[in-house]
Ligand binder design. Structure first.
Ligand code: SF4
Length: 325
């Protein structure tokens, strides 16, 4: 399907028709290489012992990725991207470089988030030869802040070195795209000042393929024990846009459901459209349309429907997520 036609159809179904059964396939796809991580960051469900009990640890296999990519190709979505992010650190899966190759063979642009610990210069060189990709890595302007809320002792310098190499590589290789996210706001620091300070840790006048952001934190699916301010409800767009798949093929409503609280089908044993318009997906959309996210296990404590003031609802964010990707 043509990209703009796909965006128009999903916009119409979400905004105007408020449909629960959709005439188009998912626009964005995210599939999880693994739910295992090598860090336990303060803000991540990975640091919650209960989280690990909810899902057995596992790895996506090459055969299952090929199966999934074949099913995705068959329904011809307008979007040519694939996201390799859900739970866990993708580079823990030794097959991850092969996954990027398979995506590139299908003409896809790979997107993933990494903590950057394993993204060594050798790995960057390998990825850059494979095909186009964009990696998002969290960092901070201050070593102590970073190593307190994220990573382990020594990680700041290690990740800084890996980021410097990625920046250098992006200068000469058009396949390399990098987002560096400042996470200082989690420690209560001022994001705008910290972002300026963090940029100073890197060379100036670098490739436009390298971008810096302040990280917006969210409550995943209720990992953090706080009640959102429920004064203004907004309809979450994810179930009209994205299909997120866990390493074992289980489909969940969005990339926030890292605990797979709402399983809507299994893409390794069923077709994408059967799941997308299946009873479970329709009920999930129906509950959100009724303003009752609490009826969906995944959405129960999610802060997204009550985050109306955040930039994610703005035109620039929507353009970045739908058109530019
Ligand atoms: S409300 Fe939250 S958990 Fe539910 S689909 Fe939207 S982003 Fe995901």
């Amino acid at each position: 399907m043509n990209k703009l036609r796909h965006i128009f159809k999903l916009g119409w179904a979400y905004k105007v028709k408020k449909a629960v059964r959709l005439s188009y396939p998912p626009y964005q796809y995210t599939i999880e290489p693994t739910n295992i991580c090598n860090l336990e960051c303060d803000f991540c469900p990975q640091s919650d012992p209960e989280h690990k009990k909810r899902r057995p640890a596992g790895l996506l296999t090459e055969e299952n990725l090929i199966l999934f990519l074949g099913k995705r190709k068959k329904i011809r979505p307008g979007n040519r991207n694939i996201n390799f992010t859900l739970d866990g650190e993708p580079l823990i899966n030794k097959k991850f470089p092969r996954f990027l190759e398979l995506a590139a063979e299908d003409g896809l642009f790979s997107i993933f988030a990494s903590n950057g610990v394993l993204l060594t210069p050798e790995m960057t060189d390998r990825f850059a030869e494979t095909g186009p990709f964009c990696v998002s890595i969290d960092f901070a302007s201050d070593k102590m802040v970073f190593e307190t809320i994220r990573g382990k002792k020594g990680n700041f310098d290690l990740i800084h070195k890996n980021l410097l190499y990625l920046i250098k590589k992006a200068e000469t290789n058009r396949n390399v795209h990098l987002n560096i996210n400042d996470i200082t706001s989690l420690s209560g620091g001022a994001s705008a000042d910290s972002l300026i300070k963090m940029k100073e840790l890197f060379p100036q006048n670098i490739s436009s393929r390298v971008r810096f952001y302040s990280r917006q934190f969210h409550n995943f699916c209720g990992h953090l024990e706080f009640e959102p301010n429920k004064t203004h409800y907004r309809l979450c767009p994810y179930p009209w846009v994205q299909m997120a798949v866990a390493y074992n093929g289980d489909c969940v409503p969005c990339c926030r459901d890292t605990s797979a609280r709402s399983v809507l089908g299994n893409v390794f044993s069923d077709e994408i459209m059967n799941i997308w318009n299946g009873q479970a997906y329709q009920q999930l959309r129906h509950n959100l349309l009724n303003g009752q996210p609490e009826l969906n296990a995944a959405c129960k404590k999610c802060d997204l429907p009550y985050s109306g003031a955040e930039p994610r609802w703005g035109v620039e964010y929507i353009y970045r997520s739908l058109v530019r990707r």
